[in-house]
Every structure is written in structure tokens, then in C-alpha cells.
Design a protein around this ligand. Sequence first.
Ligand SMILES: Nc1nc2c(ncn2[C@@H]2O[C@H](COP(=O)(O)OP(=O)(O)OP(=O)(O)O)[C@@H](O)[C@H]2O)c(=O)[nH]1
Ligand SMILES: [Mg+2]
Length: 436
Amino acid sequence: MTVRERLHANEHELVEAILFGVVPHGDERGAAEALAELAELADTGEFAVAGCMAQHRRHPDPQTYLGAGKLEELAEAVAQTGARVVIADDQLSPAQGRNIEETVKAIVLDRAELILHIFGIHARTPQARLQVELARLQYQVPRLKRMWTHLERQRGGIAVRGGAGEKQIDVDRSEIRARIAALQRDLEKIEGRKVREVRTRADRFTVALVGYTNAGKSTLMNRLTDAGVLAEDRLFSTLDTRTRPWRLPGGRVVLLSDTVGFIRKLPHQLVASFHATLEEALNADLLFVLVDGSSPHALQQLQVVEEVLEHLGAAHIPRIHVLNKADRISDRSVLTPIRSHGGVSVLVSALTGDGLPGLEAALLDHLASVERDVVLLVPHGSGALRAEVRRLATVLGESFDETGSAMTVRASAAAVQQLIAKGARLGDQGGPSQPD
Ligand SMILES: Nc1nc2c(ncn2[C@@H]2O[C@H](COP(=O)(O)OP(=O)(O)OP(=O)(O)O)[C@@H](O)[C@H]2O)c(=O)[nH]1
Ligand SMILES: [Mg+2]
């Protein structure tokens, strides 16, 4: 049952929230885009949007984020609508948060806390749960406030610890620090296991699906493999990395990884604690950078994804741009700026399956450019080894003689080494060599 269903079952109304943000002068489109995305986040976080307010300024006010007049307007809107929550489009400093709360008399959340809240709702695996808890505590340490959870509305409480004495704050802070250390230890253990798991498949060509949240990564993963990953029209449905074999036409199997999506202004606490999850995917040999081609913000979203990839040290990994949701694009000329962004791009619909043969062909082309063709000799009676060759390499041809079979294959150096370790021998390009 989703949180929304659970709340409806409990007959709890959605909590009303007013959104606000600071945007540069003259950037009307930027303002509308920023607040539209924040509204989507608020919706995913189970809030009902009761109003939006953008202020054009060069920089947010260091003390109050909004200017004094705008802050009053926000307070009036809260009083008029009865909204219990206001949500800022940026991460607020602890002082900004406190000052707004005092004037506006509502619970103040910021973009980072809202995203952390959504991650909290969607975390399913033990690793994701620990990572979210770690990120939340790290966000909390300098603020010492109780964070928003969906239980909040049931208690009807205010998310701020009111009037905590200095002593209490010290106790809380040291408790939080101890919990952070414990979480880090637990996560290291899980990550150690994952690293070993990833190493065991180093000989397999791996493609990672990366992209803005809601671009359709999980839908494509489900189409291409039998992963059965949850895909839905909500932000951050996927919080962990899942890797599955993808069988290409011709029998070659590569691995496909689906992982957590990116977003503008991703809270740095989350990037830090999800580093291991992302790293697992970023060990890939090739990235499919998925873009929702039907979104009016496709180009900006692609730029955000590229920034995050660079930040994660993945700028060097070769990539193919996958422009998704082709079924929803009527005017394909809108894709020109994305296509001219560089590299190979393929238009697909993960929903209908349109364009997937083109994607497979682009992958095979890429494999042809990074792998080499060799002849592997496999003695008679080694059925398991032949099957392994088919899994790790693309078989281009095969001939037989009395010693065994000569398989002409296209494979990475790592895969060839692995196959030699398992008993294959390197032959001439011509065919089976004489036994020595
Ligand atoms: N029309 C259309 N909808 C699509 C297509 N691909 C995905 N979707 C829809 O887009 C929404 C998001 O899809 P997901 O696969 O969950 O997206 P994701 O990139 O995994 O998102 P997160 O895990 O939340 O980051 C779902 O409602 C999908 O049905 C497509 O090709 N066409
Ligand atoms: Mg997903």
C-alpha cells in the first residue's frame, strides 16, 4: 500500500503546502519551471499544493531567503489558505528556516528536506533505508529539528523542537553523531559485499541506465530484461541499483543496471550517502543516458544529468543518448538541440517498444568499436565452455575439426582472458590450429 493509499484509508486529508522560491530577474520561464518541478516533488511527497510564490532577486536574502515584503505576502497566504506547511525551492540555512518559521507561522520545509522525505517514503531495500537515514541525520545535525514525516500530520505536531535547552541540544547532537557512525559502519559492510559482487562480473560488459528522475529508466529496464522493477509516474521510484542480464539478438548477453534518478539541486547529503549505489552503476562500460524527450525541459534535464555524472567522476564513460517517450512526441524537431548535444542518440519508446532494435544496433556498433575479434579454440566435449563463450562474447562464426571447435568471437580483453582461464585457447584467425 502506498503512503497515499494508507492515508486515504485512514481518512487523513493531504496536508496543504505553499511553495516559494527565489529566481533570477527576468527569468519568467525559469521561475515557472522551477516551481512546476517543486510542485511535482510536493505531490510525490503527499502534499496538496495550495499556492506558489516566486520572488525575482539576484540572491536569496542570507537571513530570511525571501525579502521582507515577500515574506509578509507568504505569511498572508498561509493565514488565508490555512496551509500548515511552506516549502522553499532551495536548501535553507538553519537561520533562514527559523526566521521564516517565526514570521510565517507554518512548518518550513526546504527542497532538500522534501527530497529526503520522498526518498524516505520510497526506500525499500535495507541499503536504501540506511542511506536515507544517514542523509537525513546529516541534514539534521546543524539544524536539530525533527524532520517532516508522514506521521507528522497524524500527530498534528510542529516539526520543530520548541525551546530545547542547550543541554538537551548537546545530548541530541551526540546521540545523532553516534547513530551516524553506526550507520556508516553498517553501510560499509553492505557496500563491501556489493563491491565483491560487482567484481565477480567484471568480465561482463555492463550498460548502466542513468538519467533524470521519471525519464523511464525502469520502464526500459523491464522492457529489455525480466527485471520486474517498479516503474511509475512519480519522482524517485527507484532508489537502488538492480542489474539483470540483457540478451541481444544473436545470443550475446550483456548486463543492464537501473539505478536512482537525478534531479536539479540534488541535496549533497543524498549524493554522499547514495555514492555507493551510484558507483555500482557507474562502474559500467557504457552509459545509456535516458532523456524524457517529451518533456519541455529535456535539454535542461540532460545538462543536470551531465553535471551530476561529472561530479561523480563518470564523465569519461562512453555514452549513448536514449531519447525516450517517442510515442508522446508529435514534433520531432524539438529533439534537434538534444541530438546535436554530441555522441550517438537513439529515439525510443520504452512503453511501446518502438525504436528498440535501433538501440540494440547502436549497442552492437559500440561493442564492435571497443572489442576485438579473436578465434577461440574449444575442445570437444566442453559444452559448458562453449555456452560461456556465447554469454561473454558475440559469436561471429564457428567451424569444427577433429580437435574441437574454432569460434570467431568479438569480445573485450577481460572476457577473452576469463575464457582462456576457463580452458579456451587463442587460435589463428584462420581456424582450428593443430594440437601441440
Ligand atoms: N508515454 C510514455 N511513457 C513512458 C515511457 N517510458 C516510461 N514512461 C512512463 O514514465 C513514468 C516514469 O517511468 P519510470 O520507468 O518509473 O521512470 P524512472 O526513470 O525509472 O524514474 P525514477 O525511478 O523515479 O527515477 C511511468 O509512468 C512510465 O509509464 C514511454 O516511452 N512513453
Ligand atoms: Mg526507476
